[in-house]
Design a protein around this ligand. Structure first.
Ligand code: NDP
Ligand code: MN
Length: 421
């Protein structure tokens, strides 16, 4: 099985876990979580990945009749990539419609609007170009284009999405180097009525083709480069330490770490450096290949919840949390030492803090000025945030058996800059 839906009961509290990881997880009579690798595992990535400067040109070789181009706000239009994509599709003899205006953290309404436009036009290709938000929205539009009779509620449970590719295939062209939505079986869609962000999981949503053209992320502003770049590092580091990591996922994560260490500061300081941009774009996809198959850990569990409470950017939270979670996990995992040996570095945490300093990322939440991180508010939400982070599905694949108290201790350490006990 590719993913599981798990219910763990602690007293009267039921926790629902969703995981893509091929592991079996049980609760022991003592209340601990038992993890066991399953004997049959799977590894899914796009069938074709075009990468390198000018990779966008590959659109002109597509075989088909009609394409629906899906994008975000204005950036792809403004920098000319949307016009290029339309022209290349035209060269391939493919007529296209544009579905734009996908907002950051895309909503169910946006997804339904796009699906309706697809139903009217009947494309045989869906071409998503933009950040993770545009790619994620396009993936779920695709599902409702293929299956207009089903509801959003019916695809929330992992494994519940009906098969895709009866009407169209999917191309993803990322414009940020971070989420790796062009690789993954995930899409994050927000229900604006309930304010809940739903991770939609289906191996069918892994795109058919990913196009990694470094000219496209070149227009990202410096702070987005820094934050999304540290998200890539977090994906790689967490995929390495994950209890579902295997020999199929480790090599991609190690290479992604190497590429981020060597290229992120340059991409940040010299936005037009094509080599650094290309390597970061590839690092993002490689880390995606690792984490879509091995899942993540506490850095993401905690970043999701501190992001929810304070509105702090995802990659920025990850960058701050990483050294603290590594210090905590090192007690039970030898995977950091394994990665350090292969990368020829002494201490991955020191390297991460070096990157943070070079890109003006603070080392603690207390010193983070992006949002209001007052001590009063931090202490007021700390218990709730720790419980919610503990319950996040990413906690399941973190090494060891972290408790709510451990999560709270790590949050405190990352807020004040204290050492991990
Ligand atoms: P977004 O797609 O939300 O884009 C953020 C901003 O960056 C937008 O204003 C966008 O502008 C702008 N932008 C994007 N590319 C460029 C560029 N090349 N030049 C200039 N500006 C640009 O950001 P992310 O890529 O970080 O995606 C975040 C989303 O991905 C969230 O919804 C998150 O939950 C989800 N996610 C998905 C994962 C998955 O596996 N599917 C994994 C992790 C997160 P404009 O809109 O005008 O294009
Ligand atoms: Mn992430």
């Amino acid at each position: 099985m590719f993913y599981r839906y798990i219910v763990i009961e602690r007293g009267r509290v039921k926790t629902y876990y969703i995981t893509m990881s091929p592991i079996e997880i049980k609760q022991t009579p003592q209340g601990c979580i038992e993890e066991k690798h399953m004997s049959v595992m799977s590894f899914s990535i796009p069938r074709t990945i075009y990468y390198g400067e000018g990779a966008l040109e590959k659109l002109s070789l597509l075989k088909g009749k009609k394409a629906a181009l899906v994008t975000g706000g204005s950036s792809m239009k403004k920098f000319g990539f949307l016009d290029q994509a339309e022209a290349l599709l035209k060269k391939a003899g493919i007529s296209s419609i544009l579905i734009d205006g996908v907002e950051p953290n895309p909503s169910v309404e946006t997804v339904m609007r796009g699906a309706k436009e697809m139903l009217a036009f009947e494309p045989d290709w869906i071409v998503a170009i933009g950040g993770g938000s545009a790619l994620d929205a396009a993936k779920v539009m695709w599902c409702f284009y293929e299956h207009p009779e089903i509801s959003f509620e019916s695809i929330i449970e992992p494994g519940s999405m009906p098969p895709l590719r009866n009407k169209a295939r999917f191309i993803a062209i990322p414009s940020t180097s971070g989420t790796a939505s062009e690789i993954t079986a995930f899409s994050v869609i927000t229900d604006t009525k309930s304010h809940i962000k739903y991770p939609i999981v289906s191996p069918d949503m892994v795109p058919d083709i990913a196009i990694l053209d470094p000219n496209i992320p070149m227009t990202m502003p410096a702070h987005i480069t820094a934050n999304t770049g540290m998200d890539v590092m977090a994906h790689a580091v967490e995929a390495i330490a994950s209890v579902a990591a295997t020999s199929f996922t480790d090599p991609y994560a190690i290479e992604a770490m190497r590429l981020v260490l060597e290229n992120l500061p340059t991409a940040y300081k010299e936005p037009k450096n094509i080599v650094a941009r290309e390597k970061m774009h590839e690092a993002s996809a490689l880390a995606g290949m690792a984490f879509t198959n091995a899942s993540l850990g506490l850095v993401h569990s905690m970043a999701h919840k501190i992001g929810g409470e304070f509105g702090v950017t995802h990659g920025l939270s990850n960058a701050i949390l990483l050294p603290y979670v590594i210090a905590y996990n090192r007690k039970v995992s030898d995977k950091y030492a394994y990665a350090e040996k292969l990368l020829g570095i002494k201490d991955i945490s020191v390297e991460i803090q070096r990157l943070n300093k070079e890109m003006d990322i603070p080392l603690t939440f207390k010193d983070c000025t992006e949002v209001d991180f007052s001590e009063e508010k931090f202490l007021a939400v700390l218990d709730r945030m720790s419980e919610h982070a503990f319950e996040d599905p990413c906690t399941l694949t973190n090494p060891g058996a972290p408790t709510v108290a451990d999560v709270k201790m790590i949050f405190e350490a990352a807020y004040y800059g204290k050492a991990i006990k």
